[in-house]
Write a protein that binds this ligand. Structure first.
Ligand code: G4P
Length: 538
């Protein structure tokens, strides 16, 4: 650092350096495509873990659908792996973990609001699957840059050109391969790195990094020597086709979420992972400005701001306590400083904020934009979406609720415990476990979720944490949609016509409960002045 700079200038340079070296991202995939394996291999490269298998043991077992308690226990254990930070080549990398189980999809959506980019893992044999498609929609809504890793090249799978076509069509984004596989399955020999013009030969190895063969360019006879003349020839033809079909890769197109670079490899065999990581640190964005309702917040601003994107409950039934995960948007967070909790207007000091490094969770004194800290919360201070600042009245946007897919009436099973039940329901909703709607016609409470599992979670937690008993009663609903209109008269007329199906959410917004796809379609047709939204933020 030049010595003629004043102390303040030096601090600013150091602060900006902390921001530019941060890469905060999530890995997303359909279950089984290899997200956990890839995460683990990235941690191996970062030296954050030393043997494969360390992350896997924390993974939610996909088969355990019948026993959610098991899942919750495992979720409890996985607090430490909710965020995995590590250093790699002078970069500070934060991987935000997303639950594999689709019943917790809402958690994943919210985590995506706290990342600056995403890596999507796709199984070469299965291509794009439902969960990948849904998650990509969320990335598209937020303009999040994505890199795609096509995994399991060591197994028989589809032709890479087919996969690329499918990625473009299904994920609705242009793609640009930056590596190219030489054969697949039993005959898989390696990948050619188009970006760096090098050849990586495949030697299955679960723990170590495969060696690289440097070559001058695609015509190098070294390729023939390494993979045989036939495969070398085929590779040259493929690359010619790739260069002909796909425009040159422009980093800005990726950063603007217009193009997704594609890598091929095998996470299990640690193959193609280093190429991915090396390119990722070069091109992936450092923390971006974050839009608040009031204004755009730049990471380099002096004053600290951050928002809660996830709340994880401790499963200890004897004392209710949570960890609120706060993404830092600007400034430096200092332990024991006083911050404003904007929603309540109260100030708090946090004496034990934790940072997450690989599998550990340590108390930290400071944290920078892009980092995620865990704030212990035993007094139910936090709610998803809450903003913390040094005093400014700011509200970060972009934590929408999505229209749930399953609905049930929640009823009190023990009239002596009404207070406990209401408190429990309110707090679980603040944590983002599910969504609550109150039907304006009969005043009954309806809980909406994305999966059956959440109903079981709520019932169990109400009993064990709040000593309240609930039961579920069926309601046949297709969708809950948030409605609005610029025409107040038309709005009131709609609410009047549909009064039996009108509800409010916990924020008091009007919600229309459509009992079938047909009813929704007819309502959209008959009431053109009403806008129907399928997420709560519009
Ligand atoms: P997920 O988090 O996306 O759900 O996937 P995960 O990493 O758990 O991988 C799912 C399965 O695919 C695992 O096998 C894993 O070992 C395997 N896998 C991941 N990457 C590759 C790869 O590159 N090649 C091959 N052949 N397999 C891969 P499993 O049998 O479910 O688990 P395990 O018994 O191996 O732990």
């Amino acid at each position: 650092m030049p010595s003629q700079l004043t102390k303040k200038q030096q601090n600013t340079v150091a602060f900006n350096d902390e921001i530019t070296k941060r890469r905060t991202f999530a890995i997303i995939s359909h279950p089984d495509a290899g997200k956990t394996t890839l995460t683990e291999k990235l941690l191996l490269f970062g030296g954050a873990i030393h043997v494969a298998g360390a992350v896997k043991s924390n993974k939610i077992r996909k088969t355990a659908t019948s026993d959610w308690m098991d899942i919750e226990k495992q979720r409890g254990i996985s607090v430490a792996t909710s965020v995995m930070g590590f250093n790699y080549n002078d970069y500070k990398i934060n991987i935000l973990d997303t639950p594999g189980h689709q019943d917790f999809a809402e958690d994943t959506y919210r985590t995506l609001t706290a990342v600056d980019s995403v890596i999507i893992v796709v199984d070469v044999a299965k291509g794009v699957e439902t969960q990948t498609r849904k998650l990509m929609e969320v990335c598209r809504m937020r303009n999040t840059p994505v890199i795609i890793f096509v995994n399991k090249l060591d197994r028989e799978g589809r032709d890479p050109f087919d996969i690329l076509d499918e990625l473009e069509q299904e994920l609705k984004i242009s793609v640009r391969p930056l590596t190219w596989p030489i054969n697949i399955g039993a005959r898989f020999k390696g990948v050619y790195n188009i970006y760096e013009q090098s050849l990586d030969l495949f030697k299955p190895d679960k723990q170590h990094v495969t060696e690289r063969v440097e070559i001058d360019d695609i015509n190098s006879p070294e390729i023939d020597r390494q993979v045989g003349a036939d495969d070398a020839q085929k590779l040259r033809e493929d690359i010619e086709l790739v260069e002909g079909v796909y425009p040159d890769f422009e980093v800005n197109d990726y950063l603007e979420a217009q193009v997704a670079p594609v890598f091929f490899g095998s996470a299990l065999n640690t193959f193609g992972v280093k190429e991915l990581l090396d390119c990722f640190i070069k091109i992936a964005p450092s923390p971006k400005p974050v839009q608040a309702i009031e204004r755009k917040v730049e990471p380099s601003e002096d004053k600290f701001t951050g928002f809660v994107f996830k709340i994880q409950a401790n499963m200890d039934p004897n004392h209710r306590s949570c960890i609120a995960f706060v993404k830092i948007c600007s400034g430096v967070f200092h332990r024991n400083s006083t911050y404003l909790h904007v929603r309540s207007g109260k100030t708090y000091r946090f004496s034990a904020p934790t940072a997450f490094m690989a599998q550990r969770k340590d108390v930290v004194d400071e944290a920078f934009p892009g980092d995620v800290i865990g704030l212990p919360d035993s007094g139910s201070i936090f709610k998803i979406g809450d903003t913390l600042t040094e005093g400014e009245n700011l509200h970060f946007k972009g934590l929408p609720s999505f229209s749930p897919e399953m609905f049930k009436y929640i009823e009190n099973n023990d009239p002596m415990k009404t207070k406990q039940l209401n408190k429990g329901i309110a707090q679980l909703m603040d944590e983002g476990v599910a969504q609550l709607f109150v039907n304006q016609f009969n005043n009954r409470k309806i809980v909406g979720t994305v999966g059956q599992l959440q109903f079981e979670v709520i019932q169990y937690r109400l009993l064990h944490e709040y000593n309240a008993q609930c039961r579920w009663e069926p309601i046949s609903l297709y969708k809950a949609c948030w409605i609005e209109s610029e025409d107040q008269e038309a709005f009131e007329a709609f609410k009047h016509r549909k009064h039996q199906f009108m509800a409010v959410d916990t924020e008091g917004r009007d919600v229309f409960l459509a009992d079938s796809g047909y009813v929704l379609q007819m309502a959209q047709q008959d009431f053109p002045k009403i806008k129907f939204h399928f997420t709560s933020e519009f």
